[in-house]
Write a protein that binds this ligand. Structure first.
Ligand code: KG4
Ligand code: ZN
Length: 348
């Protein structure tokens, strides 16, 4: 018998995503985004995002079914992002998923969006190894995870104590007058700069912090150092070397992320690092992670860019992993959780 067909629905932030996955095979993945509406505000407006999900959900669902050439009657289970994310946005997706599951009489998996960023890699690179370390880097998270079974065994090793990597990039982008969201722009500009021109601090790199916060990150001190550097040049009437600032800042963030991720693999005695999340589109992260994993004999699994940003495929992939592991579906009355803990993979 073929594996179950999973319909995945994603609506944690500004992307409405619907995908269909059978086993580890992606049939279709359709995404609508409301990102363009936020440029003039310089940040996501939750109320606008919720309304955009309401408008986009059914057309996105229809498009996914048409593209895959399947009817709702062929779907075997529904998976939806249960959190973490914006509560209004989550509520739209969860309500739609519950309605579909109830009407069609299907099992429903309310899954963790962040763990979905790792699950999507199975659709690209095949089954994950028995144990691995996951690095999820996005606008809201910079987390290191020790993972066994994706659906049942996720252990949080550490995370950011203040800003997430993407968030720090967005703030530095704003500081340098780059358009919103700053992350991709800082990345683009950094490619024309000299990453050794300025030495910015690495958070939690001191010996005492390396003990207590072995797998944690901190980027707020770095962000302040960038702000001070820029202000002092401006005060002296000097030109800010924007490309060098972007390159040196990016180097500091990616040095911390990759050094600690590789360290976690060595400590955990695992030979695979899986990287996911919107920030993993960052060019220098991809380069440095590849370099350092190779040097340490670690296999790096890093999905292509289109699976790094939020999408329905990551949710369908995790729902599929949960079904495969025999995890009980979520109760129909589970609540979306804006602060869903990373070790909770399926909502109860
Ligand atoms: O995972 P994601 O799509 O949404 C969240 O769940 O947060 O991540 C979006 C974040 C934003 O902060 C964005 O600026 C950042 O990822 N980002 C980047 C790049 N592409 C996206 N940051 C740095 N370099 C990039 N190339
Ligand atoms: Zn995300």
């Amino acid at each position: 018998m073929s594996e179950p067909l999973i319909l995945g629905i994603e609506s944690t932030c500004d992307e409405t995503g619907v995908a269909l996955v059978r086993g580890r095979q992606l049939l279709t993945d359709v995404t609508a985004t409301s990102m363009d509406e936020y440029a003039r505000y310089g940040g996501i407006i939750p109320e606008i995002a919720s309304r955009a999900h309401l408008e986009s959900l059914l057309p996105t669902l229809d498009a996914a079914l048409v593209q895959a050439g399947v009817g709702l009657d062929q779907v075997d289970a529904v998976a939806v992002s249960a959190g973490p994310g914006l509560i209004g946005s989550l509520t739209v997706g969860v309500s739609a998923a519950k309605a579909l599951a109830a009407v069609l009489g299907l099992p429903l998996y309310g899954v963790n969006h962040v763990i979905g960023h790792l699950a999507v890699d199975e659709l690209v690179d095949g089954p994950l190894p028995r144990r691995f370390v996951g690095l999820v880097v996005s606008g809201g998270h910079s987390s290191l995870l020790a993972v066994g079974d994706l659906a049942t065994d996720v252990h949080e090793l550490g995370g950011t104590l203040d800003d997430a990597a993407g968030e720090a990039f967005d703030k530095v982008g704003r500081l340098l007058g780059l358009p919103y969201p700053g992350g991709p722009h800082v990345d683009r500009v950094s490619q024309h700069g000299d990453r050794t021109a300025i030495r910015f601090p690495r958070g939690l790199a001191a010996a005492k912090d390396r003990q207590r916060h072995r797998y944690d990150f901190s980027f707020s001190g770095l962000k302040t150092a960038v702000a001070r550097y820029v202000e002092s040049l401006e005060d002296d009437g000097e030109l800010v070397p924007v490309a060098d600032v972007c390159a040196a800042f990016s180097e500091a963030v990616n040095d911390s992320l990759t050094a600690k991720a590789v360290q976690a693999c060595l400590d955990q005695d695992v030979d695979t690092l899986v990287v996911g999340g919107g920030y993993s589109a960052n060019s220098r992260l991809r380069e440095l992670a590849a370099e350092r994993c190779k040097a340490a004999g670690i296999t790096l699994r890093l999905p292509p860019l289109r699976y790094c940003t939020d999408n329905g495929a990551q949710i369908a992939a995790l729902g599929s992993a949960a079904a495969r592991s025999g995890v009980a579906p979520s109760p129909l009355d589970f609540a979306p959780d804006s602060g869903m803990p990373l070790e909770t993979v399926v909502a109860r």
